[in-house]
Write a protein that binds this ligand. Structure first.
Ligand SMILES: [Zn+2]
Ligand SMILES: [Zn+2]
Length: 309
């Protein structure tokens, strides 16, 4: 039997087989993966990194990153309530977040441009902030940020008044309409949203819906450059049909010095558990907890949403 087949039959993955490199090498038979890596004088490579993208060299040079894990996440800061298109109240969402052991969370309902979601006007947004503050006072044991997922309109302006956005702890700016703009127009649109001093992060930045809608066309490099300059974070939306940014784009964001916020975009308390998909994707992108703002303690995270990192 050819060595390759024999190695595979013995339970080696292709990647581990390729570590042996030469056709006539003897398979490295050990009981556990850890022992195999140790035998090969390599640091253990987490399965998410086994894509032949430099991980073998990093393992040999002891420079593999300590990848982020679910327990590093201290808060989930993108969620909706019955005030727009969510299924639960502020208090129910906050209670679910507290049960998950989070130190903080944010309510970020939609703005009025998303009419089918009953998006908030300036006036309703202000009243919503009051309700969020009241629930926080009652619950005490979790910080509830008052936020908004505000639409980035076709011309790059945001869908609510600056005076309202200024009252928010977190402003997620997202594209929910006019996905077919040409590349230059869409790029300008995103750059204008990033330059708005109220914007904390860009929600689901490419707009892709897996198996349903391609990403809209824009210059990601230009957008990441601007995000780094203005200290606006990029979201990793953990919702399974989004997973946006992708692992490749997350690596690019990191190269540009842009920080990431991993959110679930929960529309129901049961959606919060989808954080684990975002974590898996972040790990594939080699992200460490230092790259992810919602792994920060509450005081630092609060500052980060106001461009201080
Ligand atoms: Zn959205
Ligand atoms: Zn959302």
């Amino acid at each position: 039997m050819a060595l390759r087949q024999r190695a595979l039959k013995m339970g080696f993955t292709l990647n581990e087989y390729s570590l042996a490199k030469v056709e006539d090498a003897k398979p490295v038979a050990r009981k556990t993966e850890e022992e195999i890596y140790a035998k090969l004088k390599l640091d253990f490579i987490p399965p998410e990194l086994r894509e032949n993208l430099g991980e073998i060299e990093a393992a040999a040079g002891h420079t593999l990153p300590v990848l982020i894990q679910l327990s590093d996440i201290r808060g989930d800061v993108h969620m909706h309530t019955v005030e727009t298109d969510g299924r639960n109240t502020i208090a129910e969402m906050a209670e679910a977040a507290r049960e998950r052991g989070y130190e903080y969370m944010a309510i970020t309902d939609h703005s009025k441009n998303l009419a089918f979601a009953n998006g908030l006007t300036d006036k309703r947004a202000m009243a919503h902030i009051e309700r969020i503050r009241a629930v926080e006072k009652e619950m005490k044991s979790i910080r509830i940020f008052a936020g908004i997922e505000v639409d980035i309109l076709g011309d790059g302006s945001l869908d609510l008044s600056d005076s309202v956005l200024e009252q928010m702890d977190i402003v997620i700016a997202s594209v929910h309409s006019q996905f077919n703009q040409d590349r230059a127009t869409m790029t300008e649109r995103l750059l204008k949203a990033i330059a708005n001093p109220n914007t904390s992060l860009i929600g689901h930045p490419t707009g892709r819906l897996l198996l349903r809608r391609d990403a809209y066309q824009f210059d990601l490099d230009a957008v990441l450059k601007a995000a780094a300059k203005h200290k606006v974070a990029m979201e990793l939306n953990s919702y399974p049909d989004r997973l946006d940014l992708s692992d490749v784009h997350l690596r690019l964001a990191k190269q540009h010095g842009v920080k990431i916020v991993i959110n679930t975009d929960s529309h129901h308390t049961s959606h919060m558990e989808k954080m684990r998909y975002g974590i898996l994707q972040a790990r594939r992108a080699w992200l460490k907890k230092e790259d992810v703002l919602n792994a920060l303690p509450v005081a630092e995270f609060t500052q980060a949403m106001k461009h201080v990192w």
